[in-house]
Design a protein around this ligand. Sequence first.
Ligand code: PEP
Ligand code: MG
Length: 568
Amino acid sequence: MKGIVASEGLAVGRIFRVEEAQVVKPFFTTEEHELTRLRNAALLSIDQLTQIRNHVMDHLGKEEALVFSAHIEILKDPVMMEEICQLIRKDVVAEEAVDEIIRNYVELFLSMEDEYMRLRSSDIRDVGKRMLNNLQNFGKNLFSGMEPNSIVVAHDLSPSETAQLPLDKTVGFITEIGGRTSHTSIFARNLGIPALVGVNGAMKLPNNTLMFLNAIEGEVVRILPGELDFYLTRIREHEKKNRELEDTKFLPAVTTDNHRVEVAANIGSPREAEIAVRSGAEGVGLFRTEFLFMERTGFPDEAEQFEVYSEVARSMGERPVIVRLLDIGVDKRLSYYKMPDEMNPLLGKRAMRLLLEHHEILETQLKAILRTSLTGNVKVMLPMIATVEEIRAARNIIDGIIAEMKNEGAAEELQIEIGITVEVPSVAISPDLFVDEVDFFSIGSNDLIQYTFAADRMNQDVSYLYQPCHPSILRMVKNVIDIAHDKGKWAGVCGEMAGDPVTAPLLLGMGLDEFSMSIASIPRIKYLIRHLSLKECRELVEESFRLKTHAEVDALVRNFLQQKKIAL
Ligand code: PEP
Ligand code: MG
């Protein structure tokens, strides 16, 4: 069976299926009894969720625990509870009443236009499931009877169920639904448990079957008699490689012919900054500030933003931190801010285009960043730049704020480096028009590929057009790097290309200065760079420029790595 890798790793274990609780609806007793049962179930649920929240806070952090605070809020919502009580007063048994009202709310949220609100429907469903479970059998543990070395299989694991996984007995988990970015997947990654999601028909796997969970290539296979040793050896080799990566992650990314590059992290929160440092990051090449604006009810003020940016800067010490201005629009929406209604939001008012229309949002963020730059090594990055005028407009505002801060007594040397993400072809095909306006370029390859191929990066049907090795992309990237170097400036990549072992050797060969990637990729890319020479990577780039398709270049690099005995 195939699935989507939610959390990388390999495991051998026996299947343990988590069955959906079957709700048996009992007969209505008396109104008073039903209301008492409801109250007890709500109190028990709040109690359980508080425990889970505290446990998650201690083991994973404040942000991961937020979702459980939201669950508690749902249970404490007097309007919803009153609706349930009203049904009970009409002689409806508690289970039925909870089921019906939760279902109504789930449908209501699912029908909302706002993506953020639609996603909240799964929280309500999760809370409903817990209430029903508690009404039926006062907190029966879903995982009771689970043996050590189990691969947990479920149709779907809610965040609260994932948080209760008996970690000492779980070697991996598989769910039938879910995506890489669901809460559950993020949990699995943070816990370091190999996990596959979106595995069709996984609940048909019989309990106790011995299986190999390959959460690297995205499959789960049955282990036949006599095959166990083969899989255990694979796991041992994988662990050996991981140990090697772990042991070398703090070494600099220097090629065998002494060319050094910077390997930095893409982060979304202060906690990730800490993890980045522990993973060997030499800086933050992209701080996606959107997350600071999400999961809340209004824009964060300057003081709050300053606190968050400072926390990141403190964690990074001397290392550089590139803060990207708010890049909202399309998939990243704020519940408290109405985005314009557009036919093609991907090509509409997003990121810098929105910010330049809303000076108050832009200025608040810039002030917080500039204040942070007084004590930390902070740079600012403008997202989705398409024209020189946009950079000039932003620079004007930044200069204005700096002048104001100096007037108010800030140090005379206050200044900040300003870079742009190169993700719109108008910039990527003629970086010479832009280079004098900026201090650095950071190529956002995810969007650059989307806009170059005119293929929505969220649309599965056109995902084959995500072609990072395509010669058109490589030529643009090389041009951006060359033009930056001509003018004594540096260039980085902060899209997935930087952390992809197939594209990284090409970027290295083109002379890229900074590779910024998901934290998990850092040790592997550093290891890769330390085993390559700049000379051979330059030759690889030259050879790739003679090819015409993504597939040909991809094969060229894979072959090159294979000959060098570097496993992907
Ligand atoms: C990119 O587009 O490559 C990028 C790094 O930004 P995001 O993925 O946040 O759009
Ligand atoms: Mg982008």
